[in-house]
Design a protein around this ligand. Structure first.
Ligand code: ADP
Ligand code: MG
Length: 249
């Protein structure tokens, strides 16, 4: 038995009468990409928010590297090794590419948010940021204003920001969103490499990407996991076909 890097146990979250997460138990194993799919409103972002600490569950727990982190705030989880990218960009558009990466590394260093100027002067932080930019191929654009990057490059920068934390697990909410076909293919190749560094819990609508990347897929519908298995198993599952894939056909 391999121990999961990240695990949820019986996560449940209600918004009034709506159960947005209904007893969700999923695991992310070393080396894998575990995709979470499901129609709009199925509860994917709500699940991710509870895993990352933006939203407290009504019941159930979240475990990172065997530690119960359910009561810990987002920033503590991040420092403990949870790397995330957001559905909506969290980059500072007027700052340079390098400044955004350094800000990520400041979080990793555990220091309070300093003035950007002094952070940029900190050699260790700068090196950590440059290493992450190198890793995603953005070093040539380090001095560029973030707003000038293409959409695909911004997505890569978000991954670089997460990389400065040297994460043990990645959680990504729709990293392909807004990318064209070429951008999606490029990002797919990149995530395929990234899984060697840390496993990825991947929420994604782009089914070509999911089928190409995922070792396992869990399907959410009305807050519940209605199926979980390999790509082939999930594609062949009649419940999934009617609840979700049928919708796209
Ligand atoms: P997905 O990411 O799969 O599209 P969400 O997790 O965003 O789904 O939403 C799941 C359900 O929970 C939806 O019905 C949504 O309207 C509802 N929901 C999400 N966040 C809130 C909130 N803060 N308050 C009330 N309802 C919410
Ligand atoms: Mg969502």
């Amino acid at each position: 038995m391999t121990d999961p890097v990240l695990e949820t146990r019986g996560l449940t979250k209600r918004f009034g009468a709506l159960t947005a997460s209904d007893d969700i138990s999923i695991a992310l194993l070393p080396g894998e990409i575990h995709a979470i799919i499901g129609p709009n409103g199925a509860g994917k972002s709500t699940l991710i928010a509870q895993i990352c600490g933006g939203l407290a569950p009504d019941s159930g727990s979240v475990h990172l590297l065997g530690q119960d982190v359910t009561a810990q705030p987002m920033r503590v989880r991040a420092r403990a090794g949870l790397g995330r990218t957001f559905q909506i960009s969290a980059l500072a558009m007027e700052d340079t590419v390098l400044q955004n990466a350094v800000l990520g590394a400041v979080g990793a260093g555990g220091s309070a948010w300093r003035l950007l100027g002094s952070a940029l002067g900190d050699q260790a932080l700068r090196e950590r940021a440059e290493e992450a930019l190198e890793r995603v191929g953005l070093m040539p654009f380090a001095a560029m204003r973030t707003a000038e990057l293409s959409h695909g490059q911004r997505r890569q920068l978000e991954v670089a920001v997460a990389l400065t934390l040297h994460p043990k697990a990645f959680v990504m909410d729709e990293p392909m969103a807004g990318l064209g076909a070429d951008g999606s293919r490029q990002m797919t190749g990149f995530l395929d490499e990234l899984r060697c560094e840390a496993p990825i819990l991947l929420v994604e609508h782009d089914m070509d990407a999911v089928f190409a990347l995922a070792d396992r897929i869990s399907v959410l519908d009305y807050g519940r996991v209605i199926a979980s298995g390999t790509v082939a198993e999930v594609r062949a599952n009649p419940i999934v076909r009617s609840a979700y894939l049928g919708e796209e056909a």
